[in-house]
Write a protein that binds this ligand. Structure first.
Ligand code: MF3
Ligand code: CO
Ligand code: CO
Length: 334
């Protein structure tokens, strides 16, 4: 058969590059080391420089906001140290309507917070909005003073994976930003997040955000009574891998109810050790963090902000769910 090699100008640099003595990816028929090898090394260096120059830097924090005394608080609100709570993973029939209301309030908060996202708005302004709106709904922003965290939501921009702290950095056209809101209402926590586009965002990032949302929904659909928790991560990882994305491993979904982080870990990758069986009445979160490049993270000196090691972008979506006899109910919907 007569195969015409693709012209070099049209062939795209693949994710996995050839070895020096292999044929070049461009179709020239030359050895890689004699063809695109140096160009590729230059391009990689330029890309690293660009990511380093554009990385999100820590800004200044406003003073901690206060919550009026009539609002019911979780045990750690004063001390910053969560007590053991009940730690229960199952909701009783009496608790379920209250859990639903907390989660519905969280969903509403997330929608309203998302409406604030536009270029020029600082993440601290979003914090002020979410703080006040949470109080208006009769709730306490669960993150406030949780293990000493000083803000009422997490705002994670671009390469920030999660737990970004709202500060005076203004959102820039082209950013992606995750807003993670949690409300403590009538004794129960509702936890949900989404990644929003700031103005006009490049196609690669929009694809990441789209696929990450799909990862969450596939994780949710994997929830079935009798199945192990590991089914959830398996479904998520499969989809992310198909797109060549990394699945963050340092942070997991968690049991939630009268305790913010109850003792059930939900990995978003396939972990055969996640053998706990799903049972009706369990409430927990699924919150995959998916990255354009590596799954590896590092944490800023602030002790909270988790960023990708390669500074490539990461997106996240989160729901609080209930295991039912039939399968699953997403609680964080309006
Ligand atoms: N809402 C986050 C979660 O999904 C937890 C944030 S804890 C904080 O689990 F202290 F960082 F705010
Ligand atoms: Co959350
Ligand atoms: Co969560």
């Amino acid at each position: 058969m007569n195969v015409t090699p693709a012209p070099a100008a049209l062939a795209r640099r693949p994710q996995k590059l050839p070895r020096p003595n292999d044929a070049c990816w461009c179709g020239s028929g030359k050895k890689y080391k004699k063809c695109h090898s140096e160009d590729d090394a230059d391009a990689r260096r330029d890309e690293k420089k660009r990511l380093e120059a554009n990385r999100v830097r820590p800004g200044h924090l406003s003073p901690m906001r206060t919550v009026p005394p009539h609002i019911l608080r979780p045990d750690y609100a004063e001390t910053g140290v969560p007590g053991r709570g009940s730690g229960r993973l199952f909701r009783t029939p009496e608790e379920l309507p209250r859990m639903r209301r907390a989660c519905q309030a969280a969903a509403k908060l997330l929608r309203l917070a998302g409406e604030q996202v536009k270029p020029g708005v600082t993440t601290d302004q979003i914090d002020a909005f979410v703080h006040q709106t949470t109080i208006d709904l009769g709730g306490y922003p669960s993150t406030l003073n949780y293990r000493g965290y000083k803000k009422s939501l997490c705002t994670s921009v671009n390469e920030i994976i999660c737990h970004g702290i709202p500060d005076d950095r203004a959102l820039v056209d082209g950013d992606i930003v995750n807003l993670d809101v949690t409300i403590f209402l009538d004794g129960f926590h509702g936890d949900t997040n989404a990644t929003f586009l700031v103005g006009t965002v490049d196609e690669e990032s929009r694809e990441l955000v789209r696929v990450t949302r799909e990862c969450l929904m596939l994780g949710v659909e994997a929830v079935k009574p009798g199945r192990p928790v590991s089914d959830i991560g398996r479904a998520i990882e499969q989809h992310a891998s198909k797109h060549g994305y990394g699945v963050v491993r340092s942070y997991c979904g968690h049991g939630i109810g009268d305790t913010f982080h109850a003792n059930l870990q939900v990995p978003h990758y396939f972990d055969p050790r996640a053998t706990t069986r799903l049972e009706p009445g369990m409430t927990f979160t699924i919150e995959p963090m998916i990255s354009l490049g590596t799954w590896e993270d590092t944490v800023w000196d602030d002790g909270w902000t988790a960023v990708t090691k390669d500074l490539k972008r990461s997106a996240q979506f989160e729901h609080t769910v209930l295991v039912t006899e039939a399968g699953v109910e997403i609680l964080t919907v309006e």
